[in-house]
Design a protein around this ligand. Structure first.
Ligand code: ATP
Ligand code: MG
Ligand code: MG
Ligand code: MG
Length: 472
């Protein structure tokens, strides 16, 4: 069986052979973009290159980028544990052309890597193109030889949740262009329809690789002006690809995750390794550890609050499995076993990460039990919707982020009155302001801060250097 580590390496080897410079992963906290919460795709560190304000010393690059989709525009937190293919933290394999090669080479190389190097059966692969992109159609049909029924034209999703969208744009203006995406058919024993069909959100056809062709510069008036030097930006989910290459359906069944799930089972005394909570814990330890490595600490605002929300979700899953003692920080060791070779910064900061997680575990342990009792009482008396005031009480007094409450509710077929929650929050802010107090919910709790060494944010350059050593 091909391990996830081997797949990472083979991807980079393939594109190195095609003249690409191997670039290390940037941190999860974007260095060059304060408007973006987290690095959510490989292109983030190249944004200024696409915009033309930065010139790297190469025109072709490839990398393995750590990504987080747990806040902001991309948020897959609520999918984790419900689909076979979504994580909060994942690794994105990418290859780039900065004004060099374009559609023909990008598609030919993607196909070569998948079907010749990795020997995927071509009949299992289906692709989508943008509805008007006849150039991409011709390449897939005439050069590659795909039959027309496996080249699906997709439009803009117009905001429909989950629907495919094959036109990419960086912002309302600026670089943009059509995509072509490659899907793997896991077989008709799994529910889900072809991309673009009404039941495309199933897990039968899983999207593995997105190739974006930046060929236009959108003007403020909406018109599309061709870019003088079109670019290619691709992203392939390592975990989804590993599932395909290891002959399993779900991401949680790959080597890397099997190890984490088994350890989560051990630390929570859970024998059934298919238990959904173990998968959530395995997912969340990656997100939380890498966030801390990249300089984020649990807090009540911004990035720190996203981290706190993810940690607390993991702890609640442990609690459901009957584990009332701190366990989550113990997951750092198996994580290092699984990923320490590719990310040495994880090993270097092990103790720091463990301490930060343990501090948050101890803190939430003080209110988790009582909060769960309150939730049960509220659920028993309130029918299908948890009232906003109760969700707010859970937040304010018991430290339950509202998305955690919503997640618990969802498991029981209930929902939370979010508008009511927002109202209760606004009321409290108003009261605090009127009495001249500041809501104390915006700073890192003193006792937690005291337990932690100062944030040691490894500079971008240092991570680059360290990454280069690993990849060399
Ligand atoms: P999906 O439609 O399955 O949610 P996406 O279209 O949002 O995926 P892209 O933004 O195109 O994904 O990202 C490029 C690739 O990154 C995807 O083809 C997929 O392989 C991978 N990927 C995206 N989101 C996730 C995730 N949450 N967990 C794991 N891999 C992901
Ligand atoms: Mg998505
Ligand atoms: Mg998609
Ligand atoms: Mg996509």
């Amino acid at each position: 069986m091909k391990t996830t580590s081997e797949i990472r390496r083979e991807f980079l080897d393939f594109f190195r052979d095609k003249g690409h410079t191997i670039v290390p992963s940037a941190p999860l906290v974007p260095a060059n973009d304060p408007t973006l919460l987290f690095t959510n795709s490989g292109m983030v560190q190249f944004k200024n290159v696409f915009l033309g304000s930065e010139k790297p010393g190469y025109v072709r690059a490839a990398d393995v980028q750590r990504c987080l989709r747990a806040g902001g525009k991309h948020n897959d937190l609520d999918q984790v544990g419900y689909t076979a293919r979504h994580h909060t933290f994942f690794e994105m394999l990418g290859n780039w052309s900065f004004g060099d090669y374009f559609k023909k080479d990008a598609i030919a190389w993607a196909w070569e890597l998948l079907t010749q190097v990795w020997k995927l059966p071509p009949e299992r692969l289906v692709v989508t193109i943008y509805q008007t992109d006849d150039e991409a159609f011709d390449i897939w049909h005439n050069d590659i030889g795909l039959p027309p029924e496996r080249i699906i034209r997709i439009g803009d999703n117009k905001g429909a949740p989950f629907a495919s969208d094959n036109f990419w744009q960086m912002a309302d203006t600026g670089p943009c262009g059509p995509c072509t995406e490659i899907f793997y058919d896991h077989g008709d024993h799994i529910a889900g329809g072809l991309p673009g069909s009404p039941d495309e959100d199933g897990d039968r056809y899983i999207e593995i690789w997105n190739n974006v062709f930046m060929q236009f510069d959108r003007q403020p008036d909406g018109t599309l002006v061709p870019l003088p030097a079109p670019c290619v930006d691709t992203g392939m989910g390592l975990e989804r690809l590993a599932a395909v290459l290891q002959g399993v359906h779900g991401n949680y069944e790959i080597d890397l995750f099997r190890h984490l799930v088994a350890k989560a089972g051990e630390f929570t005394s859970t024998a059934d390794l298919d238990n959904k909570s173990l998968r959530v814990i395995a997912d969340h330890i990656r997100a939380c550890s890498f966030l801390i490595v990249d300089g984020v600490l649990p807090s009540n605002e911004g990035r720190g609050y996203v981290l706190r929300r993810i940690i607390r979700r993991a702890l609640r899953h442990g609690w459901m499995l009957g584990q009332k003692q701190p366990f989550f920080h113990r997951m750092v060791e198996p994580l290092i076993e699984a990923m320490g070779d590719a990310y040495p910064e994880l090993t270097q900061k092990r103790e720091f990460v463990e301490r930060a997680l343990l501090a948050e575990e101890e803190r939430f342990a003080e209110t988790l039990d009582a909060g769960m009792r309150i939730f049960d009482e509220v659920a028993a008396r309130s029918g299908e919707v948890i009232p906003g005031v109760d969700a707010f009480r859970l937040y304010d007094t018991y430290g339950f982020p509202v998305d955690l409450t919503a997640d618990i509710a969802r498991e029981r077929g209930l929902t939370v009155d979010m508008a009511g929650f927002d109202e209760a929050m606004a009321r409290q802010r108003e009261t605090a302001r009127a009495s001249g107090k500041f809501a104390n919910a915006t700073t890192l709790p003193a006792e937690l801060a005291a337990q932690l060494p100062p944030t040691q944010f490894l500079g971008y350059d240092r991570i680059r250097e360290e990454g280069l050593q690993v990849l060399a």
